[in-house]
Ligand binder design. Sequence first.
Ligand code: COA
Length: 190
Amino acid sequence: MLDLNQKLPNFPTIKTERLLLRKILPKDAEALFVVYSDPDVVAGHGRPPFQTVDQAQQLIEEFDQSFQEKKRIRWAITRQGEDKLLGTCGFHRIVPYHFRAEIGYDLASSEWRQGITSEAVRAIVQFGLAEIGFHRIEAIVDPDNAASAALLRKVGFTEEGFLRQRFYDNGRFVDDWFFSILKTEIDKVR
Ligand SMILES: CC(C)(COP(=O)(O)OP(=O)(O)OC[C@H]1O[C@@H](n2cnc3c(N)ncnc32)[C@H](O)[C@@H]1OP(=O)(O)O)[C@@H](O)C(=O)NCCC(=O)NCCS
């Protein structure tokens, strides 16, 4: 069984070529609100866009609490040298007994198509497999979300198939499209 208290005693900061992935802090509430109030970003979340900055503040507290409980880890995506939160990424639905987690990510729409999320996802997948010790990282995508599926393939995930009408979103049941990457495939991360 994975011992997350031992693997993640403190919140880890990760540097990539252009980015700094760091803990999400109360000062990020406005920037987080920009991301989660954008209907284009939250389409497929199964929840409506945020209406108030308070909701972002509340989410930041939840991120902090769930990291302390080692249930979830969510990084702020920032450019090195600029502290502004551009988006978030991380692991949730962590199951230590099965060495497994689900990955999630989102980015402010003003920043799309610059390779930012794939750079962040590549880094946290490597960290998750090599440092945290996950055996399997899975991603669940809305079948309408071609961008996310393409990103996962680009980074090295394998498509596994659809679970029928597993997700209720905005008045309709939609399939869940599963992707995964295994620890033995760490060399595929690119
Ligand atoms: C999905 C998302 C995170 C992509 O972020 P991004 O930083 O723009 O992605 P990248 O620039 O790293 O793109 C990586 C690859 O993804 C694919 N991709 C990204 N945006 C795409 C789009 N709009 N259409 C088609 N493919 C797209 C491309 O293959 C791209 O590689 P390329 O630029 O070499 O062609 C962003 O669109 C987003 O935040 N969407 C809403 C939230 C979301 O869907 N989260 C995931 C839920 S499963």
